[in-house]
Design a protein around this ligand. Structure first.
Ligand SMILES: [Zn+2]
Ligand SMILES: [Zn+2]
Ligand SMILES: [Zn+2]
Length: 109
């Protein structure tokens, strides 16, 4: 785990968003396969929910799906952050920190 930068604010008001050290790996991505899980579309499999990788735009299926391609993507290429790809959900998740975000982190505007 990387140490916080020198001078970084570490007081008690810091929210969970600021304890994730992977926000610099977020890219301005768009979903590579907006129609569904990239691997499941290739194999003709099905999924329950979808997650989008914030580093490369990979769309994978959640851990309630038979193939768990979102987690498999993280294991394979170590992209740390995902967000929900469900239209009615906006949460995000960091795998290495095991951290949930109520609102998925995004690139600064
Ligand atoms: Zn993190
Ligand atoms: Zn899948
Ligand atoms: Zn990725």
């Amino acid at each position: 785990m990387r140490l916080p930068r020198r001078g970084a604010c570490v007081d008690s008001r810091v929210t969970t968003t600021l304890t994730c050290t992977h926000l610099n790996q977020i890219r301005d991505v768009s979903p590579r396969t907006p129609d569904g899980c990239e691997e499941c579309l290739q194999t003709g499999s099905t999924w329950v929910h979808l997650r989008e990788c914030l580093t490369c735009g990979h769309v994978g299926c959640c851990d309630s799906s038979p193939n768990r391609h979102a987690t498999a993507h993280n294991r394979a290429v170590h992209h740390p952050l995902i967000k929900s790809f469900q239209p009615d959900e906006s949460w995000g998740y960091c795998y290495p920190d095991d951290l949930f975000f109520e609102e998925a982190p995004a690139l600064p505007a």
